[in-house]
Ligand binder design. Structure first.
Ligand SMILES: NC(=O)c1ccc[n+]([C@@H]2O[C@H](COP(=O)([O-])OP(=O)(O)OC[C@H]3O[C@@H](n4cnc5c(N)ncnc54)[C@H](O)[C@@H]3O)[C@@H](O)[C@H]2O)c1
Length: 325
């Protein structure tokens, strides 16, 4: 595909799920890909070097160009090494797709310090670490007089943006941070020719969503399967392609639908001229504002997909999920 042939893209967490599909798609479009994945369990434990190697074998068998990396995005030195590997193997690095994640879902009162730190380390710090080393490399190239289109594509989740989910203190906070980092980096890196965007997949069939009701349902052959891990790949390929003008965007993807997200926006407001509100005044005036109930909001957004009718049924489902976590 025009704009991708010969470009080198580092995809983190590319051994499985959405990242694997992105690596296959990008190489089919003519890009060189560093397939990064330490092959860990969903919660980050263990590791299996054959996970990244299998994707590289698959790409090469189809005539594509790829190399495996089994470092962890959460390790500063590993993040640096994967950037260096791209340059050593393919001569340059044009784009980074920060896709790696782990998940440990638990109610707040049971979530441990380590479980919070581990998820934030992969999702949030990992996005920072890989982007940081890529940006340092790109700064060096610009200083040498080499300026070309470069890109970062981060990966967030609806749990963190539009619909933060119960049991996901760590994951939702990290994903919200990834979206914020996207804006910061888009503003900082533009002067080096680097565009920074973020994709937010939704209800894609991977091991992360295995327990979600209805995820196993596949449409009849010949129909688009909106839960296929490959649904995100064309958008990611577009965002890393030379000639794409987008930067600073956070885009939700569900099947063939792509929506532009806007961050927190101001809602209703109360004002008092020249003095602060008193607590009794706030009690009267705040209660009169049109406020959203968080259960209502989530029930409206997800209830139909989960077969749940109404706010109360939704709150009962949330509480049952918390008891199980
Ligand atoms: N599946 C969905 O519906 C969905 C929805 C919203 C967002 N997302 C996001 O999409 C991305 C991919 O998720 P997925 O569903 O394909 O998950 P997945 O578990 O199938 O794949 C994630 C991969 O990341 C790898 N990984 C874990 N820790 C790593 C580390 N320290 N360094 C490098 N790689 C590491 C894992 O080994 C795994 O292969 C994630 O960022 C996730 O937050 C997915």
């Amino acid at each position: 595909m025009d704009g991708l042939t010969g470009r080198t893209v580092l995809v983190t967490g590319a051994g499985r799920g959405i990242g694997r599909a992105e690596a296959l798609y990008l190489t089919a479009c003519g890009a060189n890909v560093v397939v990064n994945d330490p092959g860990v369990e969903i919660d980050g434990r263990g590791g299996d070097e054959s996970v990244a190697a299998a994707v590289v074998d698959e790409i090469r068998a189809r005539g594509g160009r790829a190399v495996a990396d089994t470092g962890s995005v959460a390790e500063w030195a590993d993040a640096r090494r994967m950037v260096e590997l791209a340059v050593a193997e393919f001569g340059d690095l044009h784009a980074v797709v920060n896709n790696a994640t782990i998940e440990v879902n638990k109610g707040l009162e049971r979530l441990t310090e380590a479980e919070f730190d581990d998820v934030v380390a992969v999702k949030l710090k990992g996005t920072f670490a890989v982007s940081r080393w890529a940006a340092a490399y790109w700064r060096g190239r610009v200083d040498e007089g080499v300026r070309t289109d470069r890109a970062i594509v981060n990966t967030a989740s609806g749990s963190g943006l539009l619909n933060p989910l119960p049991t996901q203190t760590n994951y939702a906070a990290a994903n919200a941070g990834v979206a914020a980092m996207t804006t910061v980096h888009a503003l900082e890196l533009r002067r080096m020719g680097v565009r920074v965007n973020c994709v937010s997949p939704s209800m894609v069939r991977t091991r992360l969503t295995d327990p979600v009701p209805g995820m196993d349902r596949t449409p009849p052959a010949g129909e688009l399967d909106p839960k296929d891990p490959a649904v995100v790949a064309p958008l990611v390929a577009y965002l890393v392609s030379e000639g794409c003008a987008l930067t600073g965007q956070v885009l939700s993807v569900r099947g063939g639908s792509i929506a532009v997200n806007h961050g927190w926006t101001s809602g209703a407001q109360i004002d008092k001229d020249g003095e602060l509100w008193t607590v009794p005044e706030l009690a009267d005036n705040m209660a009169a504002l049109p406020l959203e109930d968080p259960f209502d909001r989530l029930a409206t957004a997800l209830g139909a997909a989960l077969g749940i009718r109404g706010r109360d049924e939704f709150e009962a489902m949330v509480n049952a999920q918390l008891d199980k976590s």
